[in-house]
Design a protein around this ligand. Structure first.
Ligand code: GTP
Ligand code: MG
Length: 229
């Protein structure tokens, strides 16, 4: 099936990604708390909903704010959001396993999971790690299938933890989400006003490519000065 690029509704992000999110694969946006992952999801959802597409949105941490959504999109667009809010990792599994049915009913333009690993992290403590990793892998496999079967993008977010060598961060779930995500995008917010997006893995773009953006009331916007001083 032909790979299409789906607009995120954000000018700097679209131009960075040569048009937007690729269909047929999982794009994983990862980064520290406050780096902009949820904003990325909400803006993409708002943009697609505004165009009349259904959006399946699995929100595991009450990050989806209808108020924030309505700042960037209309009230009618909000009705295009098929929201699911699992409370534990078991419910997340159920939500993901029901996606084939949901996709048949709603024919969504995108599936979003924000975040993939917050409920996983609660479960992955103690000696259950292997079993829980296997479940995470199954869920990502299912998401990947949905992306391919419906030729839509699947957008997931991922928390990080500091790894042992200083300065570097690692995805929660490490190899599992790394393996399943054909596109890995790292967000960082070392400076609150200027944020950065960097490619960590991509099928057709170089690793390390980066761009800047800022978060405003309207969403993820370009840092370029528009007006004259
Ligand atoms: P976690 O979910 O904690 O891991 O963080 P995240 O990566 O999802 O970050 P999120 O997308 O929630 O971004 C938080 C940042 O967005 C904060 O710095 C907020 O100040 C900023 N932000 C959120 N809403 C608005 C808004 O309406 N206007 C502006 N200007 N900034 C906002
Ligand atoms: Mg968030």
């Amino acid at each position: 099936m032909e790979v299409k690029r789906i607009s995120t509704g954000s000018e700097p992000i679209n131009s960075f990604l040569n048009g937007g999110l690729e269909t047929g694969i999982i794009t994983n946006v990862f980064g520290e708390s406050g780096s902009g992952k949820t904003n990325f999801c909400v803006q993409t959802a708002a943009h697609l909903a505004e165009k009349g597409e259904k959006v399946v949105y699995i929100d595991t941490e009450k990050g989806f704010s209808p108020e924030r959504f309505k700042q960037i999109a209309s009230k009618e667009a909000l009705e295009k959001i098929v929201l699911n809010e699992p409370l534990d990792f078991g419910q997340q599994e159920e939500a993901i396993n029901s996606l084939e049915e949901i996709a048949e009913e709603h024919d969504p333009g995108i599936v979003i999971v924000d975040s993939m690993v917050s409920l996983y992290r609660l479960k992955a403590k103690g000696n259950q790690v292997q079993e829980v990793n296997q479940k995470l892998s199954q869920q990502l496999s299912q998401l990947s299938k949905i992306a391919r079967k419906n030729n839509i993008p699947v957008l997931v977010t991922n928390q990080v933890y500091s790894s042992f060598d200083e300065d570097s961060i690692e995805l929660v779930g490490s190899d599992v989400p790394r393996y399943w995500s054909k596109c890995l995008l790292k967000l960082s917010n070392s400076d609150k006003s200027v944020r950065e997006i960097e490619i960590e893995k991509h099928r057709s773009m170089p690793e390390g490519k980066s761009a800047q953006f800022k978060i405003t009331d309207e969403g993820l916007e370009s840092v370029k000065n528009r007006g004259l001083f």
